[in-house]
Design a protein around this ligand. Structure first.
Ligand code: SF4
Length: 224
C-alpha cells in the first residue's frame, strides 16, 4: 500500500513538472492575465493538473483536460467549474464522495472508490488539444492506468476524445463513441462512455441530468 501511494506521488509530481507541449505551457501561463471578472483577485494554478482521488479505486473517470477557469485555476480536475458541479453532484448521490461540491483544493472533498483524471493535463485553447499534445500526455495517463490496474473495474470516459484515447491505449479497435456504451475489456473490467458534462452539452440538452445520472446508476447497480 505504501509503495502504491509513493508511486502516485511520483507520477503526480512528474505531471506537475512536465513542459513537453510548448504551446500549452505558454497558453496556461497566459490564462491568468486574462482572468474573468469574478476571479480577478485569485491566483491561478497555471500548471499541469494531475489526477486525484482514491488510489485503490474501482471507478476511474477520465475527462479531457483542465478547464481554463476551473482546473487550471484551482489546481484540481473538475473543480471550480460547471462540469465539476455536475460530476461531483452525481458522485455524491451515490455516496462516492463526502460532499456535493468541488470548489477549491482545500474544500475538504474526499472521493470514495473513485479516481478522476484526464487525457491531457494542461488546459488547451478552446478545449481542443492537438493530436501531438494528446500523444505527448499519453505516458502520464498510461502510468495512472497502470497504478489503478489492479483495483479498477470501470473506466468511465467523458467525451469522444477521452474515449478514443482510452481505446488507443487499450488497443480496442473499431469501437465507436456513444453515450452509454458499455464494452467489456476482460472478465472484471468494463469501459463505459458518456458525453462530457460540459456546459456546451448540458446547456443545450445534449446531456440531460437524467441521462447523466443513469450512467452512474448503471455503474453502481451492475459493476461496483
Ligand atoms: S499536456 Fe501533458 S505532456 Fe503536454 S505539457 Fe502538459 S502535462 Fe506535459
Amino acid at each position: 500500500m505504501q509503495d502504491c501511494n509513493l508511486n502516485f506521488i511520483e507520477v503526480n509530481e512528474d505531471i506537475i513538472k512536465c513542459v513537453k507541449c510548448t504551446r500549452l505551457v505558454e497558453y496556461i501561463k497566459n490564462i491568468e492575465s486574462k482572468k474573468v471578472k469574478r476571479y480577478r483577485n485569485l491566483n491561478y494554478w497555471s500548471k499541469p493538473v494531475s489526477g486525484f482521488g482514491d488510489i485503490d479505486a474501482e471507478l476511474m473517470i477520465i475527462g479531457l483536460a483542465p478547464a481554463a477557469h476551473g482546473g487550471n485555476r484551482t489546481g484540481r480536475m473538475f473543480t471550480g467549474d460547471s462540469s465539476g458541479d455536475w460530476l461531483i453532484k452525481a458522485l455524491y448521490e451515490f455516496n462516492l464522495c463526502n460532499q456535493s461540491y468541488s470548489h477549491h483544493l482545500n474544500d475538504g472533498l474526499i472521493l470514495r472508490n473513485v479516481y478522476i483524471t484526464s487525457i491531457v493535463k494542461c488546459c488547451p485553447p478552446k478545449n481542443k488539444p492537438l493530436p501531438e499534445e494528446v500523444n505527448n500526455c499519453e505516458e502520464h495517463l498510461r502510468k495512472e492506468l497502470g497504478l489503478l490496474a489492479k483495483s479498477c473495474k470501470v473506466f468511465l470516459t467523458l467525451g469522444k476524445l477521452a474515449f478514443d484515447q482510452f481505446c488507443n491505449i487499450y488497443e480496442i479497435r473499431k469501437l465507436k463513441f456513444k453515450h452509454g456504451l458499455i464494452y467489456r475489456i476482460d472478465a472484471d473490467k468494463v469501459l463505459m462512455s458518456s458525453y462530457h458534462p460540459s456546459r456546451q452539452n448540458t446547456n443545450t440538452g445534449k446531456l440531460t441530468w437524467e441521462m447523466w445520472i443513469n450512467i452512474f446508476r448503471e455503474i453502481m447497480h451492475n459493476f461496483l
